[in-house]
Write a protein that binds this ligand. Structure first.
Ligand code: PMV
Length: 367
């Protein structure tokens, strides 16, 4: 269901800037849950992730008189992802017209469910549409670049999941799990440490999970750095990373044949391995325990970088688990997995536009 955007009814501005008139695109992208493989994916093991039914909407409007986000001038302190996206996509294409970005986040922020990836993918997708491109692989690549430049590290898991939708496996390009159709590959050209990943589609059954946010903010960069340090010194940590890799591979056939009891058991094992990495947090552990103590729960694990953040549970009784999480002080979201990836809602392309004098009035209606 498309909600109307306030900007649709805003007065047109600068109608003849460099031959462009009142161009806008609306793009939506989903949040994500990492099912298996977080942290290990940084070391070349595969990860499995799924898009959720929570979505962020972004409208990009070209051209205003200055670059704005929700009516405020864009600023790196408040809009770090968006400013990077503007530089890396709009600026990199040689566009200098100021664009206005309007966001409506349906993915709760700092909840471990991919809000920054959804925002990045929807913004990049909207800018691509204005530039006449609608290629998910290109959006995934640009979005990964934006997220990595903004965060200073990390894998393309979140941005590729948000772009592709459904379920994906992400792995090292030279060691793919070969579990489904290859969607795209991604490269990071660091002369010291060049990296390349492959993204494959995985078959995901209709799954609803309960995400529990502890409210303790864990920083991805800090947790990734912590594991990097620990794995250099500690064989137990290296073993735990390898365990996570095996658990992730084992999960693919179980998901395919809808063996939810088996998947639940693997979630518990993955949680134990993440605990060994040192990224668990007492507040998250508490939510995992209350979820497991609720009859009908098949498994529960932390999700994402940890150090706080969120967990999720696979359960036959989502509402009961959500209540238990709330009673334990967490915030609960019942999310359906496997939602569609990046989508456009009424976009106009710059390509092939007639000269301003001949330009017809733009249609304001979203399609
Ligand atoms: O906290 P999130 O949801 O951004 O997940 C981070 C996942 C890590 O594997 C820890 C890092 C990464 O970029 O893959």
């Amino acid at each position: 269901m498309v909600r109307p955007f306030p900007l649709f009814n805003a007065p047109r501005v600068n109608p003849f800037v460099q031959g462009l008139s009142d161009l806008r695109a609306i793009c939506t992208a989903p949040g994500k849950v990492i099912l298996f493989g977080e942290h290990a994916v940084v070391y070349g093991h595969p990860a499995l992730a799924a898009a959720t039914d929570q979505r962020t909407h972004v409208e990009v409007d070209c051209c205003g008189t200055e670059f704005t986000v929700n009516g405020l001038r864009i600023h790196d302190r408040y809009h770090s992802y968006l400013l990077t996206a503007v530089k890396e996509v709009w600026g990199a294409q040689g566009r200098s017209e100021p664009i206005r970005i309007q966001t409506e986040g349906g993915v709760p922020s700092a909840s471990g469910t991919g809000s920054s990836a959804a925002l990045t993918v929807a913004t990049v997708g909207a800018m691509h549409a204005l530039l006449g491109k609608r290629d998910p692989a290109a959006i995934a690549r640009d979005s990964f670049r934006v997220e990595r430049l903004t965060q200073g590290g990390g894998s393309p898991t979140d941005t590729s999941t948000s772009t592709a939708g459904g379920g994906i496996a992400i792995s090292r390009l030279d060691d793919p799990p070969n579990v489904g159709e290859k969607l795209w590959d991604l490269h990071w050209e660091d002369p010291e440490n060049p990296r390349a990943w492959a993204v494959e589609r995985i078959e995901l059954p209709d799954l609803t999970v309960v995400v529990g946010n502890s409210g303790v903010k864990g920083r991805t960069d800090e947790q990734v750095a912590k594991v990097a340090h620990a794995q250099k010194k500690n064989a137990v940590v290296r073993d735990a990373l390898a365990d996570i890799g095996r658990i992730t591979r084992d999960a693919v056939p179980l998901l395919r044949r809808k063996d939810f009891v088996g998947v639940g058991a693997l979630l518990d094992k993955a949680h134990a391995a993440l605990h060994m990495l040192g990224v668990n947090h007492p507040a998250v552990e508490n939510l995992v325990q209350v979820a497991r103590a609720t009859p009908g729960t098949l498994g529960a694990k932390l999700t994402g970088a940890g150090g706080g953040g969120s967990m999720f549970a696979l359960t036959e009784r989502p509402q009961a688990v959500a209540e238990a999480i709330k009673a334990a002080g967490g915030t609960a979201y019942v999310v359906r997995l496997g939602g569609p990836g990046v989508q456009w809602v009424g976009a106009e392309s710059m390509e092939g536009l007639p000269a301003p004098s001949a330009a017809p009035a733009a249609d304001e209606t979203a399609t």
